[in-house]
Unconditional design. Structure first.
Ligand SMILES: [Zn+2]
Length: 228
């Protein structure tokens, strides 16, 4: 997705804030944020994180009211952060080079999160190349109430690499090197969930190990071989 956003490595905090506003509108336009659900964050080079406040409507964010967290994840400014900030912090710790996170309750991903996971490393099977390229393996994080610190702990204990996850009976979480990349991954998780649901119970062809290895080598995504 091309949003005309700033390079997060050199962006000022004001630029990051305006990028989050544009990203929130893009997430809503993509149909990923029913109601006022979901939250977004961006991380500056100094480790400061801007995150949407609790209850914020992603399509109408106020750049002056975004919550500010310091490099340790402490709330230091703006409105009170989303109660799901701990999930963002956990995924940033897992992907230290990433600078943006999208968490949404997009309908197809929520539906897929209510199914038994395809495998321990990925709740969704490798059905399409774009899913493998942009999202990669997408594990299922067991259910805990939204905002529970345990939910972040359950993500942290997964030691294999990933930057997309389904949260059981809840939604999806993706990170990227910038907001546009994180949104692209969220769109792919939504599409992969939809295709998984459409093909459930049928004899379906999965991408094979060689095909997956070719994609992960070329696009730098993660997929653990023999993950089933
Ligand atoms: Zn949520």
């Amino acid at each position: 997705m091309s949003l005309g956003l700033h390079d997060p490595v050199s962006a000022t905090r004001t630029q990051l804030a305006s990028d989050l506003v544009a990203a929130g509108a893009a997430v809503v336009a993509a149909g990923l944020s029913p109601g006022s659900s979901g939250n977004l964050s961006a991380r500056a080079t100094d480790g400061t994180i801007l995150i949407t406040p609790g209850g914020a409507v992603l399509g109408a964010l106020d750049p002056d009211r975004l919550a500010v967290l310091d490099a340790h994840g402490e709330w230091v400014g703006g409105d009170k952060p989303s109660k799901e900030a701990s999930l963002h912090l956990a995924l940033y710790r897992k992907n230290p080079e990433h600078r943006a996170i999208v968490h949404v309750h997009s309908p197809q991903a929520v539906a897929a999160s209510c199914l038994e996971p395809w495998a321990p490393h990925s709740a969704l099977p490798p059905l399409t190349p774009y899913f493998v390229m942009r999202a990669g393996q997408t594990p299922l994080v067991p259910y805990r109430a939204p905002g529970s610190p345990e939910l972040a702990d359950l993500l942290t204990v997964l030691t294999f690499p990933f930057h997309a996850a389904l949260l059981q009976n809840h939604g999806q979480l993706t990170s990227g090197r910038d907001l546009a990349t994180a949104i692209d991954a969220a769109i792919e998780v939504e599409e992969a969930s939809r295709i998984t649901l459409m093909t459930a119970g049928q004899r379906r062809r999965l991408l094979d190990e060689a095909e997956i290895a070719d994609l992960t080598a070329r696009y730098g995504s993660s997929w653990t071989p023999d993950s089933r």
